[in-house]
Design a protein around this ligand. Sequence first.
Ligand SMILES: [Zn+2]
Length: 323
Amino acid sequence: MYFVEKEDRSFAVKPMNCPGACIVYRTAMRSYKELPLRLAEFGMVHRYELSGVLHGLFRVRGFVQDDAHVYCTPDQIEAEVIDCLDMLEKVYKVLGFGVPEIKLSTRPPDRMGSDEIWDKAEGALAGALRNWGKSYREAPQEGNFYGPKLDFDLTDSLGRKWQCGTIQLDFQMPERFGLEYVGKDSGRHRPVMIHRAILGSLDRMIGVLVEHYAGKFPVWLAPTQALLLPVTDKTLPYAKDVEARMRAVGLRVDVDERNEKIGAKIRDGIGRRIPYLLVVGEREAAAGTLSVRPRDGEDRGALPAAEVIEDIRKRHASRALDL
Ligand SMILES: [Zn+2]
């Protein structure tokens, strides 16, 4: 952790979001009617990793997690986990990954919580996976001392595996933070806590995506989706006009305004792996067209600008994975 002393007080920069979620839970007396209570947070965390293990976007000292904490009764675990699994599948599919490899880690020899609650928790995770209908591998005794967990490995385009998402049950933190809810019986009970992250670290996921696509992002993920290349200064106003029209429909587009030969501009655009290079010569400017060079395909020649813009917009909106 990172610590700092100010005015005789010690502060620390948070390395995880979970305690914050517990404090939010504790701001009110909770009833069973409020459960499951789901708190989500894109939380920035800092961890003092040794300099020797820092590695690109994969291991950094400050990153953002797509974190969520679900507080529920033991009976609600299975349904909550199925919801998390559905969300996970949806997100990975949109990003262009296949079904992740799933690992279920069960009770270690040293653990907290009764066997009864472990039976229930492991049963709920296994039940959720069975209901979800995907195969998984069991890792006996590899669970956390505070609860069993599911881990998800993504395989990228080169067959490398990356651990991203996680769903962890936790019996300990609710106890440490004294979390309670009033049950149907009017008695006080302890909720179970589910930690879940789908992308894991956003920074790391961006690194995985860069590797997975080798920088050739689908249109909807590309930082610059199209680049307008005016052949001469004369066609710059037309290029600027098209740029404004594309931005107006939500596309990320730039104009290469440099005083370079068109061949050099095209080469640079290809090097930047931009999905669409749109060449604008005097003929295109006069006819209201664009000469389209998709990143991985045939030169499409001059097409009406409105048609080109609509085609790119549709791919962007539908999150198409092919170009
Ligand atoms: Zn957590």
